[in-house]
Design a protein around this ligand. Structure first.
Ligand code: ATR
Length: 299
């Protein structure tokens, strides 16, 4: 931690006639922290640019993207419910976009083509590494490189792809078994654990990742807090939920002396590639960035 990161004054935002432009397409989009984060970085690095929320209904998605491109935007982030539509629209896809079938970052290229990236999973892995969790070396003799993923939605898919690429062996468990089977069938090397059994099998894993909405403020079953008594001593517990900052699952893990990683880092790290591509500066995710975004949760 640097000293008092939130007390350092930021320069005013610079938006001239040559400003570079980007935004986030979603429906709804009002909850997104991306405008706050990107405009913070724009100010911090003195970039001539702006990043705006773009509320776009599903049926208008393609029209909106073509319009942004025609208006000279550098690109956009894409959030719920447009990630699959963005995948279909992009002309060039990076490997993680192909593996996940979804795109969260669009880059409008000089030749008129649109490049699509999926940065959520790599953002998650980067946040683990930034928190000092060394992949795949987190494993030990009992657990090997095994990860247990709770959930089988879009977030689980992104995280699974990136964890596998980082050398981990991924097992997925989900309330609705068919979705876990479907995910495992579409990604090489994934296995499935029955939802009723994962707590009993926890000792086999080096890393537990919650990708469900369980534990999220306003989410299902607010008290969700599984028993972690079968965990190995070295288990790392990660949650992609970032409100609250310490979820009930993380609190229980901490009570047992286990290392935990919250979801805020994933939110910050997934944004870096897009910012770099649109604005030409590689932004840092540091204590100052974290403090700035965190301050917005209480306002
Ligand atoms: P995302 O794309 O953000 O991952 P999603 O596709 O809606 O969102 O997936 C949400 C995940 O949370 C799913 O794995 C879901 O389990 P089901 O497939 O059984 O619906 C999980 N989830 C949501 N509410 C849950 C609950 N009350 N108990 C267990 N899992 C739950």
């Amino acid at each position: 931690m640097t000293s008092s990161p939130d007390t350092q004054p930021l320069p005013a935002q610079r938006i001239t006639g040559k400003a570079r432009l980007a935004g986030v397409l979603g429906w709804p989009v009002g909850h997104s922290r991306s405008p706050l984060l990107h405009n913070y970085w724009l100010r911090r690095y003195g970039v001539d640019g702006a990043y705006v929320p773009l509320p776009v209904r599903p049926e208008a998605f393609e029209t909106a993207v073509r319009g942004l491109q025609a208006a000279g935007f550098s690109g956009a982030n894409v959030t719920v419910p447009h990630k699959e539509a963005a995948f279909r629209l992009a002309d060039v896809l990076d490997e993680s976009a192909r593996a996940t079938g979804s795109v969260n970052t669009l880059i409008f290229q000089d030749d008129g083509t649109i490049r699509g990236l999926s940065t959520d999973g790599d953002g998650f892995v980067a946040s683990l590494r930034a928190a000092g969790v060394d992949l795949p070396a987190v494993s030990d003799a009992t657990t090997g490189r095994r990860v247990l993923l709770l959930g089988a939605g879009g977030a689980a898919r992104s995280v699974a792809v990136s964890l596998a690429a980082a050398g981990m062996e991924v097992c997925v468990t989900n309330r609705t078994r068919a979705r876990a089977d479907e995910l495992a069938a579409s990604l090489p090397g994934l296995s499935v654990c029955p939802w009723e059994e994962w707590e009993d099998r926890l000792g086999d894993y080096a890393l537990l990742v919650n990708t469900t909405s369980l534990g999220m403020e306003g989410g299902p079953e607010p008290g969700f807090c599984p028993a972690l008594e079968r965990a190995s001593a070295g288990l790392v517990v990660a949650d992609i939920v970032y409100v609250p900052r310490v979820t009930p699952l993380m609190a229980e893990a901490q009570r047992r002396g286990l290392r935990t990683v919250g979801g805020l880092g994933m939110l910050l790290h997934q944004a870096r590639l897009g910012f770099h591509a649109w604005f030409g500066v590689e932004p840092q995710v540091d204590a100052q960035t974290e403090a700035y975004v965190l301050a917005s949760f209480s306002s």
